[in-house]
Design a protein around this ligand. Structure first.
Ligand code: C2E
Ligand code: CA
Ligand code: CA
Ligand code: CA
Length: 278
């Protein structure tokens, strides 16, 4: 018993150190990855549910470390928000995504959606400068850019953030509320802020064919968005059932493994080219 106890204690001790060690490792490896251009954007198609045409792509950040392997974006973005690297990562996302999207315009007039965490809006001037630079150097038209932000951004009602969003929208940039329904939303912001689209979080779709209350929720979100003239994207579309249900309820766009996983730029380009063939 005594020995078991000691082993258990030692095990706990080691796992603590491992946690701290991992954060330190990740921190320095992430800096290295940025320097060595190891951060790559992947692209997941967004389809018009009625026509099944690709109308857009969401840019999703990927980092495969030589030593640590694949690090999920949820993990390294959280870290980057803490250590400040998020601003540099944001710049990378904007420049790569705008570059690729500009190139793809000759294949199809698709929009590119880029994720922005609330922390990135801490320096609105920097953010605006990054976006303008991304558009200018790629030649991408502002109305091909779609910015995904979460409800938490609007929670604190920052005037500077509101005027940045309004400024972008005046230039033709589209604004989407991401992860809709997962935050502490007050819904009133839907009237106050000029959003074009709302993205229903994947968690609502997971067991929708079994779970009647999630089904009602999705249906209510779609109806509400329609009443407010906001278009709806469903993420996490994994089955034919999902597609048909969403279409029948009037959801405009879908994104998920049923259509495609996020792909590297060259593979996305092949998909886009083929989907446009007559
Ligand atoms: P998100 O914005 O909610 O992105 C959607 C996530 O759902 C992506 O995970 C995507 O790969 C995944 N997904 C899409 N379709 C399906 C599906 O049918 N089934 C399942 N199981 N998953 C699906 P990913 O790429 O791991 O990204 C996680 C989160 O990391 C994103 O959530 C976003 O919050 C953040 N993120 C990713 N790239 C960036 C970036 O460039 N900048 C910022 N600020 N955040 C990013
Ligand atoms: Ca997103
Ligand atoms: Ca989500
Ligand atoms: Ca998210």
């Amino acid at each position: 018993v005594k020995q078991d106890g000691r082993n258990a204690y030692r095990f706990y001790d080691i796992s603590m150190t491992t946690d701290v060690q991992r954060t330190m490792d990740l921190d320095s490896r992430l800096r290295q990855a940025i320097k060595n251009n190891r951060i790559e954007m992947y692209y997941q198609p967004i389809l018009d549910l009625e026509t099944k045409q690709i109308v857009g792509a969401e840019a999703l950040m990927r980092w495969e470390d030589e030593k640590l392997g694949f690090i999920p974006p949820d993990e390294f973005i959280l870290l980057a928000e803490k250590n400040g690297l998020i601003h540099r990562l944001g710049e990378i996302a904007i420049s790569q995504a705008c570059y690729h999207a500009a190139h793809w315009q000759s294949i199809a007039p698709i929009k590119i959606s880029i994720n922005f965490s609330s922390v990135q809006f801490r320096y609105c001037d920097t953010l605006l400068a990054q976006i303008k630079k991304g558009l200018k150097s790629s030649g991408l038209a502002a109305n091909k850019l779609d910015i995904e932000v979460t409800e938490s951004l609007l929670f604190n009602h920052n005037d500077e953030v509101v005027s940045l969003l309004e400024d972008l929208r005046r230039q033709g940039v589209e604004l989407t509320i991401d992860d809709f329904g997962t935050g502490y939303s007050a819904l009133s912001y839907l009237q106050k802020f000029p959003f074009d689209k709302l993205k229903i979080d994947r968690s609502f779709l997971i067991d929708i064919d079994q779970n009647a209350s999630n089904r009602e929720l999705v249906s209510a979100i779609i109806a509400m968005a329609k009443a407010l003239n906001i278009r709806i994207v469903a993420e996490g579309v994994e089955t034919k059932w999902h597609t048909e249900y969403l279409l029948q309820r009037g959801c405009d766009y879908g994104q998920g493994y049923y259509f495609s996983k996020p792909l590297p730029a060259d593979e996305f380009e092949v998909l886009l080219t083929h989907s446009r063939m007559p």
